[in-house]
Design a protein around this ligand. Structure first.
Ligand code: ASP
Ligand code: MG
Length: 424
């Protein structure tokens, strides 16, 4: 039985040194029946997005130039890992993957989302092929699995939804075939349609979700997300000084944090784990002896002891009032949220008063215009763009004071556990 899922994101495989470090970590745990879920190397997904845009919007020459940068980046890593001893068969496999990718990039007469998934998925395929070769070199034999044959999805390209029954059927076979101690290795982020003909992707940063899907279908014990920070911190260290690590949080808190905009864990990751009571660890690949953050179903005494600070950028705040001066009653709310639902507008913070509904959502000019057009007969819609939503969980008396200094607060909301500000 596969017991543990290790997810390694792009930063953990961004260069040869990082891949060596991954192998060090895996070699210490290789007898523990692990499955590795690995992302594309470094910023490859961003690079491939640019390659694709160049192929579609400009002439092929620009696209080729951008593709050559991706090839050179991977060649650098391969060289750093194997040097003179690069196995020719392996070199050919990598070359073939790039040729396949190039062929798929040429076919621009298909919808963007479709071509995106057929091409950008190569980031993960190439990354895991390199890692398998390197693990072999380090005497850690690994079984390479094509995630497109296991994570079966619908054909919502770029935001594919797993078909859980099919996926479970495929993935659970891995436990029957499993050889004790053999490391399995697969790609995050990517899936495939049931007919086996098309690649799909689960949405940016989707590899955490992949790890959770495999864990759920394998009834695994735990998932570890290996990060470049010491576990889950109470704020983004790039934006706040003096961050501290959260030692433990329950699943529900992880969902709250992700909902408010914490980007450490992909929001879809928790549910499949919670449903099977699988522990999630967030651990540092730079400092693997450091205690990880534990996320599970327990509620511990100190869980609420540390305030967490979360910023969501690029928010649009809309304020809606009925033109006929009627109350902002349940009927009006139903009409407005009905339109939001149709337009896939997800409200990050909502506030109502007698005559007004205010909410903010991830800035999207097109959706904003559609919303205004739909509501304008019955409602007056005002809006502000380019705002931030600042959330403090488990706030104390002076939480967030420093951050709010000199900022204009447009909306403020407080519950027992959460304080939120929409600020400009
Ligand atoms: N490689 C994908 C991305 O950069 C998926 C992931 O890393 O989770 O979004
Ligand atoms: Mg990530």
């Amino acid at each position: 039985m596969i017991q543990k899922i290790y997810k390694f994101g792009g930063a953990s495989v961004k260069d040869a040194e990082a891949v060596r470090n991954l192998a060090d970590i895996v070699s210490q745990h290789k007898d523990e029946d692990i499955l590795l879920v690995v992302s594309a190397m470094g910023k490859t997904t961003n690079m491939l997005e640019k390659v694709l845009a160049d192929f579609r919007e400009h002439d092929g020459n620009l696209g080729m130039k951008a593709l050559h940068e991706v090839i050179a980046y991977h060649d650098g890593i391969i060289d750093g890992l194997f040097g003179e001893e690069t196995n020719p068969d392996f070199a050919e496999t990598i070359a073939n993957l790039f040729i396949e990718l190039w062929e798929k990039l040429q076919k621009t007469d298909v919808p963007y989302d479709y071509q995106y998934d057929q091409t950008v998925s190569y980031g993960e395929l190439i990354s895991t092929t390199i890692i398998q070769e390197y693990l072999n070199k380090r005497d850690i034999p690994a079984r390479w699995l094509d995630a497109r044959k296991y994570v079966i999805t619908d054909d919502t390209f770029r935001a594919a939804n797993p078909d859980w029954d099919e996926t479970r059927l495929k993935i659970s076979k891995l436990n029957d075939e499993h050889i004790r101690g053999l490391v399995c290795l697969t790609q995050g982020f990517i899936g495939g349609t049931e007919d086996g003909k098309h690649s799909t992707t689960l949405g940016r940063e989707g590899s955490d979700f992949t790890a959770a899907i495999f864990a759920n279908c394998l009834d695994a014990e735990e998932v570890t997300i290996w990060k470049d920070v010491d576990g889950l911190l109470n704020a983004d260290p790039k934006r706040f000084a003096d961050t501290v690590q959260l030692p433990h949080i329950p699943y529900s808190e992880a969902i709250e944090l992700a909902f408010y905009g914490a980007t450490v864990i992909h929001p879809k990751t928790i549910k499949p784990l919670q449903n099977k009571n699988i522990t999630l660890k967030v651990q540092s690949f730079l400092n693997p002896d450091h205690e990880p953050t534990i996320i599970n179903g327990e509620h511990r005494k100190d869980d609420e002891g540390i305030p967490s600070y979360i910023i969501k950028d690029n928010q649009t705040l809309v304020s809606i009032t009925p033109r006929d001066f009627s109350f902002m009653n349940v009927h009006n709310l139903q009409v407005i949220f009905g339109v939001c639902d149709e337009l896939h507008i997800h409200a990050n913070m909502i506030q109502t008063s007698a005559l007004m509904l205010s909410f903010c959502f991830d800035g999207d000019r097109q959706k904003l215009n559609l919303l205004r057009a739909e509501l304008q007969d019955a409602f007056r819609v005002r809006y502000n763009e380019g705002l931030q939503l600042f959330t403090v969980r488990h706030y104390r008396e002076d939480s967030g004071k420093d951050f709010l200094k000199g900022r204009k607060i447009l909306v403020q909301q407080e519950s027992r556990s959460t304080m939120q500000y929409v600020i400009s």
